[in-house]
Write a protein that binds this ligand. Structure first.
Ligand SMILES: Cc1ncc(COP(=O)(O)O)c(C=O)c1O
Length: 362
């Protein structure tokens, strides 16, 4: 029996074949109709007035920090349970990532941890929807708004999720998405940014076009300096196809989640908690393992049968950040050691995964 994979793509070649052929025949591989359409469909889906496409969530986060003018001497408060990209971009700009510990159950930034860390150098808060779960972001937004601190949502994993009926993309001041293959929408690599701000949208329009905005006679008018983090037409075709069926993908993943909880709950596995009023896209099916269970042993013993991985990382405990800032956050550090990600996709044989787990724990 071949190993059960962690994730399978939600797109087949047959779905894109016709559009890919058109792109090849037209020769328009960039800045064409599909990029424009994907951009407006992303805005319409999330409910944010402005959307932009980029090469990755990392590029999106970096650009948003540049937009806010983050640099040396500044602090950005970052959820500690995430992928290192969330803090790397802050560090890269010479600012200090200040790690906020998370809730044991939801894995998301705790409001009390955030409030304790806000100080005169705080220039932004970066809230991460841990594994795609936005539980608690509305409260974090309320705190940031009251203090006048911009909120960047690292929604790399959270396309399709919402809290209190507002989708990720329309909650924070700036939201960054990833379209990496582990995500619900994959363009191979890719990312997006959404915002409510007309002023920031102007800045992004110019900066993401090498600094050009409008024409000067027959030539581009480079009103600023800028960057290129563009997604291509072929990638946009892929993104559009998956965005069109995202609600069905979310429902199917929740059915897989329910089945896991029913079977593994009995063994003492505890799923990441999803709050009232939250639609969770189940980007990653993460459990805290039962007390006394050796998580690393479990991952190793499942190898060859079921592909699994750790939940995600305590950023403050990574060798680089722990060495530099010596500020390890206890809850995130414990979660890094005690969580496991199991396969999740439509058509997954959940029973087979659960019986493999029962087998290795027996
Ligand atoms: C929370 C979080 N932020 C950022 C990233 C980086 O995304 P990308 O690979 O699109 O740069 C990831 C990737 O998994 C992530 O999980």
């Amino acid at each position: 029996m071949s190993q059960i994979r962690l994730m399978k793509p939600y797109i087949g070649f047959d779905e894109v074949e016709a559009e890919f052929r058109e792109v090849f025949e037209s020769g328009i591989f960039t800045r064409g109709q599909h990029v424009e359409a994907f951009r407006s469909e992303l805005a319409a889906y999330t409910g944010a007035p402005h959307a932009f496409l980029t090469t990755s969530a990392t590029a999106s986060l970096w650009v948003c920090l540049k937009l806010l003018g983050i640099g040396p001497g500044d602090e950005v408060i970052v959820s500690d349970f995430s992928f290192p990209a969330s803090a790397n971009v802050v560090e890269d700009l010479g600012a200090r990532p200040v790690f906020a510990d998370v809730c044991t159950e939801t894995f998301n930034m705790r409001p009390d941890a955030l409030e304790a860390l806000i100080g005169p150098r705080t220039k932004a808060v970066m809230y991460v929807d841990a594994l795609g779960n936005p539980t608690g972001i509305t409260e974090i937004k309320r705190i940031c708004s009251a203090k006048g601190i911009p909120l960047i949502e690292d929604a790399a994993c959270a396309i399709g999720s919402s809290e209190n009926g507002v989708r990720c993309g329309a909650i924070a001041d700036l939201t960054c998405f990833s379209f990496h293959p582990r995500k619900l929408i994959s363009t191979g690599e890719g990312g997006g940014i959404t915002t409510h701000s007309d002023e920031w949208a102007q800045w992004l329009t110019t900066k993401l076009a090498h600094g050009a905005n409008g024409m000067k006679g027959v030539a581009l008018d480079f009103v600023d300096y800028g960057y290129n983090f563009r997604l291509s037409e072929l990638q946009a075709v892929m993104g559009r196809k998956q965005l069109a069926k995202i609600n069905a993908i979310v429902n199917e993943r929740n059915a897989v989640r329910d089945s896991y909880i029913e079977q593994l709950g009995a063994l003492g596995f505890v799923a990441q908690k999803v709050g009232e009023g939250v639609t969770y896209n189940v980007q990653s099916m993460v459990f805290r393992v039962p007390e006394g269970c050796d998580r690393d042993r479990l991952i190793l013993d499942l190898r060859g049968k079921v592909e699994t991985t750790i939940g995600t990382y305590a950023l403050s405990a990574g060798s680089y950040f722990a060495g530099k800032y010596k500020d390890v956050q206890p809850v995130a550090a414990k979660l890094q050691e005690s969580t496991i990600t199991l396969p999740c996709y439509t058509g997954l044989e959940v029973d087979a995964v659960c019986s493999a787990i029962r087998g290795v724990l027996a």
